[in-house]
Design a protein around this ligand. Structure first.
Ligand SMILES: [Mn+2]
Length: 311
């Protein structure tokens, strides 16, 4: 077996962060997993191709955070546990069932998961598994959209409503949910009414701009507190100048640096698992979106492996 850190980064099979492929029964702490499903999109498809492209670009990630000195690969046993095998991709709720079952199995094996989507609808079946027996979880949700919408085209389940469903099912605590980076035009002025009426803390991009990243971090930490929480990062929170490879881009978003700093600032929270979603590589011939996603995943790994909050 080659030693990935010393193998040239363009060589070898492109697992997430060049970590070993996990086999059931092996001891590990954090499984990076792919969720190649985009049957829940309301507009442009393509996020099913996210995991493979992010795996490719994650080979560029090195071991240490230069900012904090943290090495997540030393702090925890991190593996690539492969993709959810979605046996029934043509039916949305069946596919969600396949996703949920896979995350139950990973959790049953004692693994925290860092999942790569897939459209944002996949966060709901993930939360069903991750929150089981310890619900409700707090939620840090970084996104251009609140994703707490009404039914769409006759479906309760789509990528614009997972956190409404998650709150209704008692998986997340709306009072310990913060949504950061929200912007864009709307179909209806009160499209995210559920966020407001359920008590979620919605931080629009204008507020992030006014507070600055440090202020946004402080507010997110206040809302979520010390109890167990989940982090979900939608790549469309970042401006399409940096991350055009996504199904529902919105201008006026975070810079790539702001996104890295924001995630890094969550260090010390009690994070049980996390995901990054909505990378649709076909819309970005530069592949910078997947490369950014890989770097955000590195920051999430640092947060999940006991990185001390930067001072
Ligand atoms: Mn989203």
């Amino acid at each position: 077996m080659t030693n990935p850190p010393f193998l040239p980064r363009y060589m070898g099979i492109a697992t997430f962060m060049r970590m070993p492929v996990w086999q059931p029964g092996e001891a590990a702490d954090i499984a990076m997993v792919g969720v190649p499903f985009d049957g829940g999109v309301t507009n442009r498809p393509g996020a099913r191709h996210g995991p493979r492209e992010v795996r490719n670009h994650s080979s560029l990630i090195r071991r240490f955070s230069q900012a904090t000195g943290h090495n997540p690969f030393e702090a925890a046993r991190i593996v690539d546990a492969g993709d959810v095998h979605i046996e029934r991709p043509y039916n949305l709720t069946d596919a969600h069932g396949d996703i949920e079952a896979a995350f139950h199995a990973w959790r049953g094996a004692g693994l925290k998961t860092l999942a790569v989507g897939g459209d944002h609808s996949v966060s709901l079946p993930i939360l069903r598994a991750v929150a089981k027996d310890r619900a409700p979880l707090g939620l840090v949700h970084i996104d251009a959209h609140c994703d707490t919408g009404e039914d769409y085209a006759g479906s309760r389940f789509h990528h614009g409503a997972p956190f409404r469903r998650a709150a209704e099912e008692g998986l997340i605590d709306p009072k310990r949910t913060v949504q950061i980076g929200i912007r864009s035009t709307l179909s209806e002025l009160d499209q995210w009414k559920f966020s407001r009426t359920s008590g979620m803390r919605v931080m629009m991009i204008e507020e992030v701009y006014k507070r600055g990243i440090a202020g946004a971090i402080a507010e997110a930490r206040r809302v979520v507190g010390d109890k167990p929480c989940y982090i979900t990062f939608d790549i469309d929170s970042v401006d399409p100048a940096f991350a055009p490879g996504t199904g529902t881009p919105e201008i006026g978003g975070l810079t790539s640096l702001e996104a890295l700093l924001l995630v890094r600032g969550l260090s010390g929270l009690n994070v049980v698992s996390a995901d990054l979603v909505e990378v649709a590589p076909a819309y970005d011939p530069t592949n910078n979106t997947a490369f950014l996603a890989a770097n955000i995943l590195f920051e999430l790994l640092c947060v999940m492996t006991g990185q001390r909050p930067p001072g």
